[in-house]
Design a protein around this ligand. Structure first.
Ligand code: FAD
Length: 572
């Protein structure tokens, strides 16, 4: 049976969160230090060797560790910079309160962006990334959907939770916690000509209820789904607080055969008999490859790193750009919370084009909770200049607003990740180059027009008296409200990440593909191909499915190799 904790108790509790998080982290690190002593003593005189080494235990790494260790003949090592997930991360409502805490969040910032992110401090975008077993799936907002393109590569995602299919049975449990405005949103969609459909499966222009990776009221991320159930496997070794600094390549073949990692102050070297898989996320995977000499030659040499394999690692950085539009004031419902619904629509620019990728909608709309009394929290969490949102929302009643997030699902802009120096502890340079492709701003403005039109002119929303706030966004005072130039100005100020950085080790179409960043055909999970685009929608499930498929390919490959070796007359 479930019971609801009063919101006031949760609010008081959230003030003490950082202290609780840090206390747990100190305890966890010390506990791990003591537990690692046996291994450390052994390693003083030995070099370890595993069949597979997986770097990074996030959404992808957790799946890979689960799948590869399912064969008891393979010894698998999973190396992760952070520790165990914090118990508070199980509580979905604490999502925002746990950002910016260094024990849980790598807490990256982009370089200042040109002519965008104007409302953000120093014009930088804050990019949280999860640290610890489960990675960003411990920090994420838990929205999920299965994208149709993965039908082609992952027939059935077999999870420890049972057999789940592309219909989304099993992993996503709709919380139905906040139903306010969902009906209005779906009905408004129908009035605008969009059917209501299940959010999973083929992506078509449509409006849907959202699914969340929440089970029995608790976060259900990659750790809970893929690692926790297999922790007792004796062939799966997990070294927490182990940060990998370098991948070693054989001189003659450039084949990866070992890594160096640092754990509790000690540097260690560990060898892989079969494969090393980099699943350290879209920022740290290219960073590690470049530190190891795999990357653009000119860039590496400019930092004094010997280039072993010249590949465009770090290029092709994609991210969803989000622009929360609103607030919309509604006259009747008096709800402090928005609702859990999503829509996928075409921008008119995409509709006019006939190319393959544009066939799926390029804009995502997300109905968002809003509370003007929390402007300071929003400013802090998002990294907005202090006082900015307060100025915009001043005078609004806490009870009657919501936002609709317009997210550019198929961005054309491409950024890059570069190394700052050859020092492994330095953060890389992250430059998404938001809106650098002129189509992107046009698409977002189109989505904003659609959103405001829907919220003000459909009967569903008119019935509850919805209207856009009659006030200029700070910095856009010179533009007439609700014009394209006003929306463009607004979007250039409120340019926010959709948390979906990807593509920085893009998968190629064979060895001749010079645009591919992955050194091996199945090298690393920031693999989203350069020619296509990031899926329109939240990408955690896409990452999980890609890791599932990668595991299948790796296992098939080694079974084949082992079988053919066995059938040969000579031993190897
Ligand atoms: C705040 C936030 C909200 C999000 N919301 C959603 C959402 O609602 N829905 C959705 O679908 N997606 C969402 N996402 C995106 C989704 O969670 C990520 O795309 C996905 O988790 C990425 O998986 P990954 O395995 O590539 O990387 P991660 O999960 O980030 O894992 C990388 C792991 O590698 C570790 N690591 C890094 N470098 C090293 C190293 N050198 N040595 C050892 N370990 C290392 C890290 O500590 C981390 O644990 C969100 C992301 C964030 C950050």
């Amino acid at each position: 049976m479930m019971f609801a904790i009063p919101r006031s108790v949760l609010t008081v509790f959230s003030k003490a969160l950082p202290i609780m998080v840090i206390s747990f982290a100190v305890w966890d690190r010390n506990r791990d230090f003591l537990q690692s002593q046996n291994v450390n003593n052994y390693l003083t005189h030995h070099i370890e060797e595993f069949d597979f080494i997986i770097v990074g235990a996030g959404s992808a790494g957790s799946v890979l560790a689960n799948r590869l260790s399912s064969n008891p003949d393979y010894r698998v090592l999973l190396l992760e910079s952070g520790g165990n997930p914090n118990p508070l991360q199980n509580v979905p409502v604490y999502f925002q309160s746990l950002l910016h805490i260094p024990e849980l969040d790598h807490g990256h910032y982009t370089v200042p962006q040109k002519n965008v992110c104007l409302a953000m401090r120093d014009h930088r975008s804050y990019w949280p990334r999860g640290l610890g077993l489960g990675g960003s799936s411990n920090l994420n907002v838990m929205n999920g959907r299965f994208d149709s393109i993965f039908k082609k590569i992952s027939k059935t995602l077999r999870t420890t939770m049972g057999s789940i299919t592309m219909d989304g049975q099993g992993i996503f449990v709709n919380t139905s916690a906040q139903e306010n405005l969902v009906d209005e949103f779906l009905k408004a969609g129908i009035e605008m000509g969009y059917p209501t459909k299940d959010v999973n499966g083929n992506q078509e222009p449509s409006f849907s209820r959202l699914d969340f990776s929440i089970k029995n009221g608790r976060r259900f991320g990659a750790y809970q789904g893929f690692l926790a159930p297999v922790l007792n496997r004796t062939n799966l070794h997990i070294y927490r607080f182990a940060h990998v600094n370098k991948i070693h390549l054989r001189k003659e073949t450039n084949r990866a055969y070992a890594v160096t990692y640092k754990r509790h102050g000690l540097e260690r070297f560990v060898r892989a008999k079969r494969e090393i898989i980099i699943s350290a996320g879209a920022i740290d995977s290219p960073k590690l490859l470049m530190l190891s000499g795999i990357g653009p030659k000119q860039h590496l040499e400019s930092l004094g790193i010997e280039c072993r394999i010249d590949l465009p690692v770090g290029k092709n950085l994609m991210d969803h750009i989000s622009v929360p539009v609103g607030p919309f004031i509604e006259g009747q419902l008096a709800s402090p919370i928005g609702a859990n619904a999503v829509a996928y629509i075409y921008s008119s620019l995409s509709k006019a084009r006939a190319d393959f990728w544009i066939k799926s909608p390029d804009i995502q709309l997300l109905l968002l909770p809003a509370n003007p009394n929390l402007h300071q929290t929003v400013e802090e969490v998002v990294g907005i200049k202090p006082g900015f949102i307060e100025k915009y929302l001043r005078g609004l009643n806490a009870k009657d607003i919501f936002m609709i997030n317009v997210m550019l699902g198929k961005p054309s802009s491409r950024g890059e990740i570069k190394l700052t120096s050859k020092h492994p502890w330095e953060n890389p340079i992250m430059d998404p180059k938001y809106f650098s492709h002129s189509d992107d701003i046009k698409r977002v403005v189109d989505g904003m027009n659609f959103t405001v039109h829907m919220a003000e002119n459909t009967e569903a929303f008119r019935n509850i008296g919805t209207r856009l706030i009659n006030k200029h966004f700070p910095g856009c005072e010179k533009y007439e409200l609700k014009t394209n130039s006003y929306y463009e100005c607004y979007a250039r100020h409120m340019t926010y990440t959709g948390y979906d950085q990807s593509g920085t080790c893009a998968m190629g179409y064979g060895p001749e593909d010079r645009n591919a960043g992955s050194s091996h055909k199945r090298g690393c999970v920031s693999w989203m191909p350069h020619i296509s685009e990031i899926p329109n929608g939240n990408i955690n499930t896409a990452v999980i499915m890609a890791a599932d498929k990668a595991s299948e390919l790796i296992l098939d490959y080694w079974t084949h190799v082992d079988n053919s070796m066995r059938s040969r007359p000579f031993h190897f």
